[in-house]
Design a protein around this ligand. Structure first.
Ligand SMILES: [Zn+2]
Length: 417
């Protein structure tokens, strides 16, 4: 989960919510705090509804004194969070009322509590949260740390935001001022396909074809689809079980695809950062080509590609890597040398009457690059398709061989054109 917030005076802040599992079961005092918190939130919601008050401050003014006596044990800062959670629940409720979708009186069912960064302490070396319950009573929560989690704890450029406690886990918001994107010295232009990113890396007037493979993503989707179908057939007498099992399958598929997409995105961004390159991608908004073949339609679902773009974009934002998105219209049909439009999309090679021949996907990325150049998105960069090195191919990511085993990222492959 990621969002960026901007206030008038500050630089844009990036916020990333990171979930940590707890090493052991929640101490009983903390469990009690969760229940007390939920009770207080639901009371505050009711108080707000009765008096038509919805802002946190107004709620606080209205009810703080009563709450102090009703929840004498609760740490004052947690009580303020109670009003904040209640206020946001009320705001959502009001929105639904306005839209005519008002349900019943809102209440919070889930067991959780939220608190601001002044109200807890985090030992960033050992991953221990010190959470006050009431005066003189604190609990220590040991977080399970992976390398990913340590990355957030150990990087001093992250400051701490709110903490949300659930029965088995803790979500901590890490905040960082959005870095200003660097001034690009080169460009990576990428066409996004079903099994790979295909593109060109342009530096000092020379262009090199590049590829990042994710062949398994389509295969994973296919495998899970088949399994789901089998399950539905087998459990057709028991719809509830069938639905539950299908949901579980869906979650697994989702996780596996996302894992791959993270790896591909990281490989592309590592390369771009190393070369101080801007990234050019096609704008996938609204791109969907309906096809006759239903099975093919599903297989070619846009979802993984959109997801991959999302990953690239938000990771780039955190790392200060410039990303530009361009309209992909005609990018698969156009000849980047003479500008003619070709109708045939068959075969792996793009051919033009002017003699231009190139891998169809790489060719599309050249067109994306030219669009970015013509819109002056990538500074004063110029690129002549004639300066493309046809005999070299750089592989940024290939799961068969692991991510970029060669230190300079250049692994040569046979000629492609
Ligand atoms: Zn041509």
């Amino acid at each position: 989960m990621i969002r960026s917030t901007t206030t008038a005076l500050e630089h844009p802040m990036l916020v990333k919510a990171v979930s940590f599992r707890l090493e052991s079961e929640l101490p009983s005092q903390a469990r009690f705090l969760l229940e007390d918190f939920r009770l207080a939130v639901n009371r505050a919601i009711r108080a707000g509804l009765q008096t038509r008050v919805t802002s946190r401050n107004a709620l606080c003014k209205l009810a703080y004194k009563d709450f102090r006596t009703e929840h004498p044990g609760m740490y004052a800062k947690h009580l303020v969070s109670v009003f904040e959670v209640a206020a946001s629940t009320l705001k959502n409720h009001r929105r639904r009322v306005r839209k005519g979708k008002a349900g019943q009186i809102p209440y919070v069912k889930r067991l959780f509590m939220k608190t601001e960064n002044q109200a807890y302490k985090l030992d960033r070396t050992n991953g221990v949260v010190d959470l006050p319950i009431r005066a003189g009573c604190h609990v220590e929560l040991r977080l399970v740390l992976s390398e990913y989690h340590r990355g957030f704890l150990e990087d001093p450029s992250y400051s701490l935001g709110s903490l949300t406690l659930f029965p088995g886990r803790v979500v901590i918001a890490f905040r960082k001022t959005e870095p200003r994107p660097y001034v690009a010295e080169s460009v990576v232009s990428l066409d996004t396909n079903e099994r790979s990113l295909d593109g060109v890396f342009v530096s000092e007037g020379k262009g090199t074809p590049i590829k990042a493979f994710f062949p398994q993503v389509a295969a994973i989707q296919q495998r899970h689809h088949d399994r789901r179908k089998r399950l539905q057939k087998k459990k057709s007498h028991d719809r509830r079980t069938s639905r539950r099992l299908c949901r579980r399958e869906g979650k697994r598929e989702h996780d596996r695809v996302e894992y791959r997409m993270h790896q591909v995105a990281n490989a592309v961004l590592d390369f771009a950062e190393e070369k101080r390159a801007a990234i050019v991608l096609e704008d996938l908004k609204g791109v969907f080509k309906p096809r006759e073949d239903k099975a093919l339609n599903r297989r070619l679902s846009m979802w993984p590609r959109r997801k991959l773009h999302q990953f690239i974009e938000y990771k780039a934002q955190w790392r200060g890597i410039p990303v530009h998105k361009v309209d992909p219209r005609n990018s698969s049909r156009k000849c980047p040398v003479c500008g003619r439009l070709q109708d045939s999309r068959k075969g792996t090679e793009f051919r033009c009457e002017c003699g231009w021949r190139l891998d169809r996907h790489i060719n599309a990325s050249l067109n994306l690059l030219q669009t970015a150049v013509s819109k002056e998105m990538v500074g004063g960069l110029r690129f002549d398709p004639g300066a493309l090195q046809h005999d070299v191919m750089m592989i940024l990511y290939d799961p068969e061989r692991g991510a970029r085993s060669e230190p300079n990222g250049a692994s040569c492959e046979g000629a492609s054109a």
